[in-house]
Each structure stands twice: as structure tokens, then as C-alpha cells.
Design a protein around this ligand. Sequence first.
Ligand SMILES: Cc1cc2nc3c(=O)[nH]c(=O)nc-3n(C[C@H](O)[C@H](O)[C@H](O)COP(=O)(O)OP(=O)(O)OC[C@H]3O[C@@H](n4cnc5c(N)ncnc54)[C@H](O)[C@@H]3O)c2cc1C
Length: 325
Amino acid sequence: MVGQEMQEKIISLFEGYEGDVKFNEPMAPYTSLKIGGPAEAMVFPESIEAVAALVKRIAGGVPIFVLGAGSNLLVQEGGVEGVVIHLGNLSQGILTGESTFYAEAGLSFPRLSTVVEKQGLSGLEFATGIPGTVGGAIAMNAGIPKEETASVLKEITLVGPGGEIATLPREAIFFSYRTAILPQGSIIVSAEFRLQKAPVREIREKRFDLLKRRRETQPLSYPSAGSIFKNPFSALHQGEGRVRVGFSAGALITEVGLKGHQIGGAQISERHGNFIINLGGATAADVMGLIQLAQKRVLLEKGISLEPEIKIIGRGENNPLHPTC
Ligand SMILES: Cc1cc2nc3c(=O)[nH]c(=O)nc-3n(C[C@H](O)[C@H](O)[C@H](O)COP(=O)(O)OP(=O)(O)OC[C@H]3O[C@@H](n4cnc5c(N)ncnc54)[C@H](O)[C@@H]3O)c2cc1C
């Protein structure tokens, strides 16, 4: 479908729609990098049932992109084709048992960390400084070294591509480092977490220490998308066997001398080699330029491929990784 045809199709899809929909909505304000062209349509469903009804209405007619807090996204200037579903209105959270907690997908992940702390529940301290939503944290299997979202999940409720609502146990989903393999075309609408009872003071101290460490090591006063690349692993031969060795993407970028390197308004942070910051007025092409430069230099000088952790979406000339969303 070409641009004009797609726009007409989208407008006709929303005829008589009673929910909140915005056409040609700039994405930059919805991302932590503050970059990105318009979404052809952005919708803000008010409930899980409304998400299901929306998916039925669209019924495969146009592409759907699910937006959390936009904290792991680079949106190209050409904008996003199809419908962006913004889940910010799904933000309820409730204690469901002695140590289980239910949260809707649009609830802020750091907020969830605060709420469960007050209930004396441990296991989500690591979420304190991860500025996403519950849905985004599950989709990305967000975490810190030795802790990740999958390990505290009990079950997940999804809206499938036909608008059906289903709850799956955590074991039914394959998770690995910063990855969740969800059933094709499904949207996470809520989840239940299994946590552990612990003294509130201990939970608070752990969260405080994690935040302190972040403030010391990350460029938090500038817009960014967190770590740009996944930390790579290599299989090295050692004697008769092979061992898996992990590298820090930030350290590799630092070693090839790119810290502080700038293209347009984007810069590889001087504070953290794996962060690209928006100094003001950066474009997606500026950020892509830095991504490609870091990949090229680390491959040439270290023989290691860097894979982006961030999701790169939207139409852009300079997007060999994901040409469309
Ligand atoms: C300063 C900073 C620090 C960060 N630190 C960390 C860190 O320590 N560890 C870490 O892992 N990450 C970190 N991040 C990255 C980011 O916060 C996480 O990846 C977060 O989980 C993304 O959530 P989000 O809601 O913003 O998702 P988005 O960026 O909106 O989306 C990311 C992906 O998830 C998909 N998605 C979102 N919601 C849903 C849903 N409901 N159903 C299906 N798919 C969905 C989107 O389609 C997209 O593909 C950091 C980011 C910043 C800016």
C-alpha cells in the first residue's frame, strides 16, 4: 500500500470510532530520545477490552506498533506507518495475594517498583531506574546484571492478532537476554508478578543504591534511550573446550576512542560509552550515524559485532537494520 492509500485506509478504519485517536501525531514527545517523525494514527485505548476491540477493528488491515514509554526506541524522521497503540491509560496495579502483584501494561516500571516496596515485596528493586512501562519491560526482558523481568513474572495476559484475550504462564514464553519471544502479533496488556516478602528498609536500601550507581555512571540529564547496544557474547576456544565470554559494549566503544564523538546534535556520551545522548536538535539520522560508526569501528578494531538493543522503527533512508516498522 502506498502512502496516500494507507492514509485513506486508516481514516476509514476510524470512522465512527469513539475513543481517542490522533492522526499524523509526532512521535518525538513520546520517546525518551525526543526524536521521531509522525505516526499516521495514534490511539489511546482506555481498557484491556478496548485494546481487544481496537485490534478487531484494525483486523490486519494496517500495521500496528505498540508503544510503551518509548524509552528503548529510535523513531526515524519519516514517521511510523499504520497505527501506534499507546497503552498509557492501562495503568492499574493491585496486590493479588501474599506476595503476588497484578499490573497493567501501561503502568510505569519504576512506579511499580515503588508500589511493591510499600507492600514489603522484594524482586523488582532493579526496575527503579528503568524508565519504561510494565509491557515494555516484559517485551524487552529489561534488567540489570543478574536480574531480569522474566525471573519475577508469574503470568502474562495478551491480546492476540484477532483481538482474543489470553493469559499464559511465564513458562509458555521464551525469554533471553533483552528478548521475549511473544506469540506473533500479540500485545501485552497485563501481567502478574511473583515476589518475595522482605523488610521494607532492605528493599528501599537496595533501590537507593541502584539509583545512586546509575546517577554516578549514566548521563541522566540528557535525553537518551539507555544502552544502545546489547553486551556481546563470544564463544572462545580454551584448551579442548569452548567458553562463552561476555563483553561490555560501553567498554568496547570507549576502547575504540569514540566516547564524546558527535554527529549533529547526537553524541556518544562522555560518561558512558553505550549511551547516545541528544544534546539538542538531534535527528534520527545523527543517531543512526553514530550507531553505524560504533559498529564499524568495533568490528574493525576488535572483531566483535555490536547488535542494537534499541528498536529502530519508522521510515528512513538511513535504516538498513529495520527499513520499515
Ligand atoms: C536512562 C535509561 C536507562 C535505561 N536503563 C535500562 C536498564 O538498566 N535495563 C534495561 O533493560 N533497559 C534500560 N533502558 C531501556 C528501556 O527503559 C527498557 O528497555 C524498557 O523496558 C522499555 O520499555 P518501554 O515501555 O519504554 O518500551 P518502548 O520503548 O515503548 O518499546 C520497546 C519495545 O517493546 C515493545 N512493547 C512495548 N510495550 C509493549 C506491549 N505492551 N506489548 C508488546 N510489545 C510492547 C515495543 O513495540 C518495542 O518493540 C533504559 C532506558 C533509559 C532511557
